[in-house]
Design a protein around this ligand. Structure first.
Ligand code: PAF
Length: 280
């Protein structure tokens, strides 16, 4: 695996692969890699000839008081894991390389970015859309692979690509989970062992809510209220639980068939997000 840190180093590699007719997949990450990221690399290999992973802890997607400084940085282990996963290239730029001295342009997916996580993390999705757009311009991949655990992020990126006519295929990959259902996440490292057991209740609650809907309950407001109560009683500080239409992430109507239940909740030091998406 070749590791590069500047656009000047990356561009000739990408040009050579493109001239040789290779299809290139990008796997954008913030590092601290786990099985969920390695599954993205695996899917990238199935979709393309060349896999480029990026590691960049993006300051513009963290709000004031959030965990930018303490976000786990494990670059050496990450490089070993990516090498073992046969990644062709790792792009690991500095903040200066990505943003320069005085950036004045950002990407904002209005509407979608202000829903759900966007309400408690204002500016977060602008930071995500901006960095992903920048990585797309720098790496120029044919496709890019994202985890569906961050369902709203995936929807924001798909919308950005469509709205800005970016010729990159966006591929979503199902969430990888621990045996108890807890979604793999770098932020799970903030949880104690007993909190990890409790944390699994987030997914279990979403699954119970999905079961109720599949069994015919269409009182989405009440179902969401019950889910929040269950989480609260288990020791979470729930942020939201919303039953939504899958593409727009707007509140589901009883006639909608493609649904996603999105939830975020704090447990100890960690803010956890999860979702279940399904067709009726
Ligand atoms: O999902 C993540 O790890 C990040 O939000 C991403 C997509 C790499 C952008 O910084």
């Amino acid at each position: 695996m070749q590791t590069v840190t500047t656009l000047a180093q990356l561009q000739p590699l990408v040009n050579n692969w493109r001239m040789a007719g290779k299809r290139i997949a990008l796997v954008p990450t913030m590092g601290n890699l786990h099985e969920g990221h390695l599954r993205l690399v695996e899917v990238a290999h199935q979709q393309a000839d060349v896999v480029i992973a990026s590691i960049f802890v993006n300051p513009s997607q963290f709000g004031p008081g959030e965990d930018f400084d303490s976000y786990p940085r494990t670059e050496q282990q990450d490089q070993q894991q990516l090498t073992a996963a046969h990644t062709d290239c790792l792009f690991m730029p500095s903040v200066q390389e990505v943003y320069g001295d005085n950036p004045q342009t950002h990407v904002s997916v209005t509407g979608l970015a202000s829903l759900h996580c966007g309400q408690s993390r204002p500016g977060h999705f602008n930071g995500v859309a901006t960095i992903v757009c920048k990585l797309f311009n720098m790496v120029q991949p044919h496709c890019a692979v994202f985890g569906l655990k961050d369902f709203q992020q995936y929807t924001v990126i798909k919308t950005m690509v469509q709205d800005l006519n970016i010729p990159i295929e966006i591929i979503g990959v199902e969430t990888v989970r621990d045996a108890n259902g807890l979604a793999k996440s770098s932020r799970n490292s903030y949880l104690s062992d007993s909190e990890k057991n409790t944390a699994a209740l987030l997914y279990q609650t979403l699954c119970q809510t999905r079961e109720a809907i599949i069994n015919g309950n269409r009182n989405y407001t009440e179902l969401a209220r019950q889910a929040l109560l269950t989480l609260q009683n288990a020791g979470f500080q729930p942020d939201y639980c919303n039953i939504c239409q899958c593409d727009t992430l707007l509140p589901a109507q009883t006639t909608d068939r493609a649904l996603v239940i999105l939830a975020a909740a704090k447990l100890g030091k960690a803010r956890l997000i999860d979702n279940v998406h399904f067709d009726l």
